[in-house]
Design a protein around this ligand. Structure first.
Ligand SMILES: [Zn+2]
Length: 260
């Protein structure tokens, strides 16, 4: 009981701080006008602790945002899953930090240039293998699971190309994952932390009795992501979820995120 009360207090405190911040910088009048319990309603029923799992997945990093995400995960003793891309303006050591701190790493895309990689399955696979080789050189490990750019139903990809790419994954032992919840955090501008958290919670309420794979982005634009995690993590702990990481062997309960 003591722990539960503590978490609730921390949660209310965080909402208060974020709301005050939103008012100060004029980012969102909505944050200031609504009470936190109206914005973040509880589930209609509670799960047993550990009955369902939640997987926080981070695409399109690493970037300077990733370091801050790793700090928040460490603070809450939570492990995440990072679907990484090739190096941009980040320190290469960030790939090692992800692995050294016990998180899970999956392959996404080296270039992430949808107009090029989706021209043919061959071009997609070449980009994918370029990333695989880079990750091996940088970390000494080769991830055995992945996420397609834009997901396996990307509008950039024809059905035939998609099938050829998925066949390649299956033949070469790569498990491919989509997601259950997309909080729409990947636009040209970062959503506010409260909006990211709210979008996740709203979607989660529509699918209460299953494992949940959450799509998030940790590229350099997503500066609000660490604060969103400070809301999302205590919330789902309170709801009885167990945080877990994806691997090639993950068996999902009720989730439709596995592609092959
Ligand atoms: Zn992506």
């Amino acid at each position: 009981m003591y722990v539960v009360l503590q978490r609730k207090h921390v949660f209310v405190f965080l909402i208060a701080v974020l709301s005050a911040f939103g008012l100060l910088v004029g980012m969102s009048s909505v944050i200031g006008e609504n009470k936190s319990d109206e914005r973040l309603p509880a589930f209609a029923h509670s799960h047993k602790v550990g009955e369902y799992k939640i997987y926080l997945t981070f695409d399109d990093g690493p970037s300077p945002t990733t370091d801050k995400v790793l700090d928040v995960l460490k603070e809450h003793e939570i492990k995440g899953t990072f679907f990484v891309i090739g190096p941009e303006d980040n320190e290469p050591s960030i790939y090692n930090r992800i692995i050294d701190e016990g998180h899970s790493m999956g392959l996404h895309s080296f270039s992430h240039k949808t107009d090029i990689i989706y021209r043919t399955s061959q071009e997609y696979i070449e980009d994918f293998e370029r990333l695989r080789d880079y990750i091996f050189k940088q970390t000494g490990t080769i991830p055995d699971f992945c996420r397609m750019v834009g997901g396996s139903n990307s509008r950039h990809c024809t059905k035939r190309t998609r099938q050829e790419i998925v066949n390649y994954f299956t033949k070469n032992g790569y498990k491919c994952y989509d997601w259950d919840i997309d909080p729409k955090d990947s636009g040209a501008y970062a959503l506010s932390a409260v909006d990211i958290a709210q979008n996740i919670i709203n979607e989660a309420q529509k699918m209460p009795d299953r494992d949940l794979v959450i799509l998030l982005h940790d590229d350099k634009i997503r500066k609000t992501l660490p604060d969103a995690l400070k809301i999302v993590i205590p919330y789902f702990i309170e709801q009885g979820y167990e945080f877990s990481t994806l691997s090639a062997n993950t068996v999902l309960n009720g989730s439709s995120a596995a592609v092959n």
